[in-house]
Design a protein around this ligand. Structure first.
Ligand code: IVH
Length: 704
């Protein structure tokens, strides 16, 4: 719509796209008048006209609260540019998928499903098979049939508000009019760019001397996350619907049935999607799709299989971040040959020396590859790779490309065995391979720097991990800034980040390279916002070996508060203590992880770093998922034969209600759920006075 029409359009008649464009225009116009009035003392319009602009802005914001801009005139006097997108908390997490790499993985997936559900031999597991589109997932919320909010996946819990951008995607309907559209329905699917549109875009970009994109996926990502919506609008993005989030009712009770309704409501459903009666049928489709892959008008990287029955999906639930009822069958990785120009050594946060092959650039599956990992010293020995060798490299999806093998007959003359350094290339400390097996003298595959805290690479990597997206996620503090702060001695440990704003620097931060008044003030704001941190993020951010997000969450859930967690870990140093037994008893934490945790905190300097950090923060206790459930926070033990669900299902369901499931009975057990043939655990529970329930009592208690 041309600008003059937009100015005259009444607020009631606006689509989200109009609203967003008009809010953007008003933000600029009001800011200009502000400057003329406040700074130049030279207003060009009357107070009445000025007020009318502000009122129009407020009225649009009122109708489209999600489109309210960060730089909204209603929030300020004096202009600040938009620094980013608003955040959207997903009502239901946006999940990722587990992968299958061959037919056996797919059969095993079906076996797992059958076992979990305890299906009889005659029960077929119908699967819906859909191409796995290589784009970005997005969520689009409709209320009373009106498109009101669009978001990126983000970390799965919180995404970015890209409502205005999504409103430009051609095959996303603005309104849904069918009779069976729920009051509230959040449609999820993949935003992608067709191959032809990608090519045309790159040609235009090249002509204009602008950035060209490596592949359609990157082009789609770059186009969607544009603060200037008119750029997105010019980019021809498309959308396939394949899932849903929040919904007050659902129009069918199978995956297939729902997809049919989505299509009837006006969404694009991928035409290769099929309802398959079993794994063999699904694998047949996989092969047909794989054969046609190169000719499809868009990129795909596999086929997704989903259990069709929604009641089964519900019962199967999810593990970590992926549903148990779906799996992505990936196409084989793409390979290419190229020459190793050099081998560099990188040092990670735990001191591991990782060799990286610097390659003669080569295109693998549409992406130019210049580096590939060689994993570790043992792998270099196994491959026998030398600088100058021609090698086969492989790239699969988002993972780092790897060197698979050396092409022996292409080895040039005068090459030498690669000698792995025995000193850290960063700090010069000895780098050693620990003994893995005392009996055989077998060594660990990797070599580690022994420099610990004096090793800059380790310290910087730890800090990078600390601020990374799944950890503290501090906007404006990325790898570059962290490395520079370390160099300048400003940030040497996590706690320093929270002292930054009180630090008197010469020159001040705002005068340093890459910084200015605005970016410094935004950084400080982002840091302050993170003083309040969830316990699981905090634990994950510490970068303790073997403690990933899942373990961090488990610890948070088990100990609930940081005080309790750290006290327990300190006491658990005594391997005869109750605290130690409680720790190894947590389902999902074995003795190895438990020992690493205890050792980590027993190390004096780690303890100092953690305490200094904790002193700067408000660590939020773990918030159990469904807090109102009667078993939230309770410890449950299952024993005997369960008759109405499998053990795996019982455990998964209890955990999703916020309960902890333990393998043994102790004073801390709240409920023992005993099926027929319960033995010693039942007796112990009775001796300790623990409440024992039958399977039916338990189902009554959790309301099923
Ligand atoms: S379902 C409920 N179906 O793959 C599970 N995902 O590796 C949610 N993707 O984040 C995903 N095509 O971006 C699903 N037909 C499809 C898909 C698909 C592409 C993407 C999606 C997801 C990623 C997981």
């Amino acid at each position: 719509m041309v600008e003059d029409d937009l100015r005259r359009l009444s607020v009631d008649q606006m689509t989200p796209l109009d609203a967003s464009a008009e809010l953007a225009r008003l933000a600029v116009e009001i800011a200009e008048h502000d400057q003329r009035y406040y700074r130049d003392d030279a207003p060009r319009i009357s107070d009445g006209e000025y007020d009318a602009l502000r009122q129009r802005n407020a009225a649009i914001e009122n109708n489209f609260p999600n489109l309210k801009r960060k730089d909204s005139p209603s929030d300020r006097v004096g202009a600040t540019p938009a620094t980013g997108f608003g955040k959207v908390k997903h009502r239901r997490p946006m999940l990722s998928l587990d992968n299958a790499f061959n037919d056996d993985d797919v059969y095993e997936f079906v076996v797992r499903v059958r076992k979990f559900l305890g299906l009889a031999d005659g029960d077929d597991v119908n699967l819906v098979a859909e191409p796995k589109i290589d784009g970005l997932s997005a969520s689009v919320l409709y209320k009373k049939g009106k498109f009101v909010l669009g978001a990126t996946r983000g970390d799965g819990e919180t995404g970015e508000d890209i409502t205005a951008n999504l409103a430009t995607v051609v095959d996303l309907p603005q309104t849904l009019t069918a009779d069976d559209v729920p009051e509230v329905i959040e449609i999820r699917g993949e935003v992608y760019m067709a191959k032809a549109d990608f090519q045309a875009l790159n040609e235009a970009q090249e002509k204009a001397g602008a950035k060209v994109f490596a592949n359609p996926r990157n082009a789609a990502a770059g186009s969607l996350r544009q603060l200037d919506v008119s750029v997105t609008a010019g980019r021809k993005l498309r959308f396939f619907a394949y899932a849903w989030g929040e919904a007050d009712t659902l129009p069918a009770d199978t995956q297939w049935g729902i997809l049919q309704r989505f299509e009837a409501w006006g969404f694009s459903l991928n035409p290769l999607t099929e309802d398959c009666k079993d794994a063999d049928a699904a694998l047949g489709l996989y092969r047909r799709i794989e054969a046609d892959r190169a000719d499809l008008p868009y990129d795909i990287d596999g086929v997704v299989y989903k259990v069709d029955r929604l009641d089964w999906q519900e019962r199967l639930g999810m593990v970590s971040r992926a549903p148990r009822w779906a799996i992505a069958h990936k196409f084989p990785a793409e390979k290419a040959q190229t020459v190793v120009n050099d081998i560099d050594i990188q040092v990670g946060r735990t001191g591991t020396l990782t060799p990286v092959a610097r390659l003669e650039p080569v295109t693998v599956g549409g992406v130019v590859v210049t580096n590939a990992t060689l994993h570790n010293e043992e792998n270099i020995e196994k491959l026998g790779v030398r600088i100058g060798d021609t090698v086969i490299v492989q790239r699969a999806g988002d993972v780092i490309p790897q060197v698979l093998a050396v092409v022996a007959d292409k080895r040039p003359d005068k090459t030498e065995d690669y000698v792995f350094p025995d000193h850290c290339p960063i700090c010069g400390s000895a780098a050693v391979r620990e003994i893995k097996d005392v009996k055989t003298g077998e060594l660990e595959a990797r070599r580690r720097c022994t420099g610990g805290l004096i090793c800059e690479a380790q310290a910087v990597e730890r800090l990078r991990h600390f601020v990374s997206r799944d950890a503290f996620d501090i906007e404006g503090l990325g790898e570059k800034q962290i490395a520079a702060f370390w160099q300048d001695g400003i940030v040497r440990q996590p706690a320093d980040i929270f002292g930054l704003k009180d630090l008197v620097l010469d020159p001040p931060l705002k005068d340093r390279e890459g910084w200015g008044d605005l970016s410094v003030s935004n950084l400080f704001k982002a840091i302050e916002a993170r003083r309040n941190i969830d316990l699981d993020r905090f634990v994950y951010a510490l970068g303790i070996p073997h403690v990933g997000q899942t373990t961090a969450r488990l610890l948070a859930k088990t100990y609930e508060t940081s005080d309790r967690l750290f006290e327990a870990l300190a006491v658990a140093h005594d391997s005869q203590s109750d605290a130690w037994f409680e720790l190894v008893d947590v389902d999902g934490i074995g003795p190895k992880v438990a020992q690493t945790l205890v050792d980590f905190l027993a190390e004096a300097h780690n303890n100092v770093v953690v305490q200094a950090l904790a002193g700067q923060l408000e660590i939020q206790p773990f918030d159990a998922p469904e807090d109102d459930s009667p078993v939230s926070g309770k410890t449950v033990v299952f024993t005997g034969t369960l008759e109405r669900m499998t053990r795996a299902e019982a455990k998964a369901r209890a955990e999703s209600l916020g309960a902890k499931v333990s393998g043994s009975v102790s004073k801390k057990t709240d409920f023992l759920v005993a099926g027929p043939a319960a033995g010693s655990k039942l007796k112990k529970a009775q001796d300790l006075g623990v409440t024992t329930l039958s399977e039916d009592d338990w189902l009554d208690l959790i309301g099923r």
